[in-house]
Write a protein that binds this ligand. Structure first.
Ligand SMILES: [Zn+2]
Length: 502
């Protein structure tokens, strides 16, 4: 008869296996592979079967995905493995640290006894922020899709893209960690709140503004990426044509007058303003800006951030600026009559004023100023130029292909004598993350105020309704013309122009 011999190796293997099962059982609670209602059974199976159970979950998940996306299981498995490697590679790179306004590290603020779960959440939070910076996102949005899954979306080149899906519990923990570092009340999940935090990276500091609000299935978080360097914006690389740039440079050289950038939210008005500022010789001209918030850092200028809670508004900042003998004043956004009037008066008294206003066209801007209560006479004498703009996405040079035009389109182009041979469309590749587009460019409609127009605006009998309607139509057709130039030179596509201008 054979006797049982005690083997230390077998014993160690057995204990190892036991702890692996325990660990996997715990992991299964946070894994997206396991549906929420199957958590208990998943924990039991992991406890009994260990890695075999996990392989099973993975297999079921792959079958589900392959039936949804119609790609083969082997392809999905390859993707899965590639993703694991990618994550490992990127983990080494992302050396960013998150700090609150008092300079405390997120790890100091958010940890309940530093459990492995907490550290996992902090890693995930850092990874999300890092991804946003890496992909040059302007916003990071975290919101509940339904009561079990939340999505993480990035706004890249103005378009939202889902980059991650999180289990609701995990997501709430990530949201809490961000709220903690942004100095917001974690317990308050309904009332809207604001906060801010900074990330220290190898290349410098980046600021973030956070806004939270309670929504149907929980809480949503919008994170705005701020304070990137403004030096990269130049009039010649943001999309303004050569002819337009010469006119703008001419207006910028004058000691006074107001150049007003108009457009809806996200039309790149601020970018153009920074592009114009970069043309200025900072040694010879004193530049002061008032912004809400400061979106890009400009070390050569004095930047003031509006803060209504501390009674720092656009209007009273402007008044104090005027006492500091500036040559160039930048107004982040004109929203009220008081700000508009002070800025316009400053533009008549030896200051060059650059400002932005929310409106759809150049004509609509004049109407908007009159609606705010600014006197038409002040508008006609203070304004020197209006620039109305939109942003279109640029086609990815790596994958764009000649567009498939319909016979109707071709004959229409032929009739208008437009060369349609260089019209391209997006395909999508790895470089552009499958979107077909990479980066954005501005299209502008400019209007310089001449004596005729000044007389027309100052005329008391000005028909505002007519001005609004005819001006809007003309503005749109001018933008279309500028956009079409970018389409026929293969910079953007017909689809994109249609998406932006309708
Ligand atoms: Zn591409």
């Amino acid at each position: 008869m054979q006797t049982l011999v005690f083997s230390p190796v077998k014993m160690a293997l057995l204990i190892g296996w036991f702890f692996l099962c325990l660990w996997l059982a715990q992991r299964s609670q946070y894994s997206l592979l396991v549906p929420k209602d199957k958590k208990t059974i998943a924990a039991l199976m992991s406890l009994l079967l260990g890695p075999i159970a996990f392989a099973l979950f993975l297999f079921i998940d792959l079958i589900k995905k392959s039936s949804q996306s119609q790609s083969s299981i082997i392809e999905l498995l390859k993707d899965f493995i590639a993703n694991i490697y990618k994550k490992e590679e990127s983990n080494d790179e992302f050396s960013i640290n998150l700090f609150d306004s008092a300079g405390r590290n997120i790890k100091e603020i958010y940890s309940h006894g530093r459990s492995s779960r907490d550290l996992q959440v902090l890693d995930l939070t850092t990874e999300i922020i890092w991804k946003g910076l890496e992909l040059n996102a302007s916003d990071i949005l975290i919101d509940p899709k339904d009561d079990s899954v939340s999505t993480v979306r990035l706004r890249i080149d103005g378009v939202l893209r889902i980059v991650d899906q999180l289990e609701t519990d995990t997501c709430q923990a990530v949201v809490n960690s961000i709220k903690a570092v942004a100095n917001m009340d974690i317990a308050e999940r309904r009332r809207p709140q604001d906060g801010a935090f900074t990330a220290k990276t190898i290349t410098g500091n980046v600021s973030f503004r956070v806004a939270s609000a309670g929504v149907l299935n929980g809480e949503k978080l919008s994170i705005r990426v701020l304070n990137q360097s403004a030096n990269r914006f130049r009039l010649d690389n943001i999309g303004i044509s050569k002819k337009q740039a010469i006119i703008i440079e001419g207006a910028m050289k004058k000691p006074s007058g107001m150049i007003l950038m108009c457009g809806p939210t996200g039309s790149g008005k601020t970018t153009t303003m920074y592009g114009m500022l970069n043309e200025i010789d900072f040694n010879r001209r004193n530049v002061i800006t008032v912004e809400d918030p400061i979106e890009y850092v400009m070390p050569q200028a004095s930047q003031i951030e509006v803060n209504p809670k501390a009674n720092i508004t656009f209007a009273n900042s402007l008044r104090s600026i005027l006492r500091q003998d500036p040559d160039v004043i930048c107004v982040g956004e004109i929203r009220d009559e008081e700000t508009a009037a002070i800025a316009l008066r400053a533009s008549q008294t030896g200051h060059l004023v650059l400002a932005t206003i929310h409106s759809n066209s150049n004509a609509a801007t004049i109407v908007r100023l009159i609606d705010l209560g600014v006197s038409p006479l002040l508008i006609s004498t203070g304004l020197s130029m209006l620039i109305s703009q939109r942003l279109v996405r640029k086609l990815c040079d790596n994958c764009k292909q000649q567009a498939n035009l319909s016979q109707a389109q071709i004959s229409s182009f032929k009739k208008k004598k437009i060369n349609y041979l260089n019209i391209y469309e997006g395909v999508g590749c790895e470089k552009c993350h499958g979107t077909g587009y990479l980066g954005r460019i501005a299209i502008c409609d400019m209007l310089g105020l001449d004596d005729n127009l000044r007389t027309l605006i100052a005329n008391e009998k000005l028909d505002i309704g007519k001005l609004r309607q005819s001006g809007d139509e003309k503005g749109k057709s001018n933008l279309k013309k500028q956009g079409l130039r970018k389409v026929v030179s293969g910079i953007t596509s017909l689809d994109e122009l249609k998406r932006v201008l309708g």
